[in-house]
Design a protein around this ligand. Structure first.
Ligand code: FO1
Length: 304
């Protein structure tokens, strides 16, 4: 059994590739919930949904979120009524949010609802929110305090960030399923997700960082930066704004003491020795997962 600390798209692609090269029922994804948001009374869990949709082969590759073959009729009607429409919910995607919100209102936990959704969509891997408690990633910015989706979607992550806060994390509890998935896995993998806003909200749930640290020798991390840039999203910019080096070295320093083996991209071969000097093993390979065979090669290196 392996466990993958996961954010959105980068994690979803790695999980899909891992599912292609090993028995998917032996994979557990422990997923960030700091981006979760309530909109129009519906609970939306972007990272959980991106992972479930990708593993089900239903993801919208163009957008990087939501479902393929999406239509937007409800959003257009909502806009016509003067409703808030900056955060787009597709007609197909809405069914997921309606289902989740109804089940939560009946008293089901986020873990239970996620397992129901994954099973109905034919996903064999286990997909787990890190906590059932409410956790919200917030940004202290030049425009004041912003919620995750205000920063990410409304402001297109194009504002200067002074600090990131994971509100609710210190009081939250990791679920028992998550704690055993972290303790019992033969290998822990940190997906190439944004370290500051996808993986840190997982590590900040009490107990999680401690287990990862204890298991450091079994922890394999894939750097989300390639040649100092992220393929998508604000990882590079945020690292710089929060005082880290804007390269794989900055990511390695961010995870100091938690990782035994680093997988870095060929574009960063020149950094391999510097990473090794920090007392970790390093593998260099192609980490871009756009092509299925490259993604599967990366998955095999992660498992090797
Ligand atoms: N990202 C956008 O850039 N614009 C949107 O309108 C948008 C809507 C949306 C709805 C449901 C969902 O699950 C994800 C959605 N995302 C949207 C993606 C999301 O904001 C981010 O990609 C993640 O939170 C970061 O991992």
């Amino acid at each position: 059994m392996i466990t993958v600390l996961s954010g959105g798209v980068g994690a979803a692609r790695l999980l899909r590739a891992l599912s292609d090269v090993m028995d998917p029922s032996q994979i557990t994804a422990v997923v960030n919930v700091g981006d979760d948001v309530v909109m129009h009374g519906l609970t939306i869990c972007p990272d959980l949904d991106t992972i479930i949709y990708t593993l089900a082969g239903l993801n919208n590759d163009e957008l990087g979120w939501g479902l393929s073959g999406e239509t937007w009729r409800v959003m257009r009607e909502l806009e016509a009524l003067g409703g808030e429409a900056w955060f787009q919910l597709g007609d197909r995607d809405l069914a997921t949010h309606l289902y989740r919100s109804q089940r939560l209102s009946e008293g089901a936990t986020k873990t239970e609802v996620t397992m129901e959704l994954a099973s109905r969509l034919g996903v064999a891997a286990r997909v787990l929110p890190v906590t059932n408690d409410s956790v919200a990633t917030e940004f202290v910015t030049e425009h004041g305090r912003l919620s995750f989706q205000e920063y990410f979607v409304r402001h297109h992550h194009d504002v200067v960030v002074q600090a990131i806060e994971i509100v609710g994390a210190p009081e939250a509890c990791a679920t028992p399923e998550v704690l055993s998935a972290l303790r019992d896995a033969s290998r822990l993998i940190i997906a190439p997700s944004n370290p500051l806003i996808s993986i840190d909200p997982i590590l900040r749930i009490p107990g999680v960082r401690e287990i990862v640290r204890e298991r450091r020798d079994d922890v394999v991390a894939v750097s989300p930066l390639i040649g100092g840039q992220a393929l998508k999203g604000p990882a590079a910019r945020l690292l710089g704004e929060l005082g880290y080096e804007v390269s794989t070295l900055g990511v390695v320093d961010f995870y100091e003491g938690l990782v035994g083996t680093w997988i870095i991209d060929e574009a960063d071969t020149h950094l391999a020795d510097e990473v090794r000097r920090r007392g970790v093993r390093v593998e260099v390979t192609t980490t871009i997962m756009a092509e299925a065979d490259n993604a599967q090669r990366l998955a095999k290196v992660v498992l090797s």
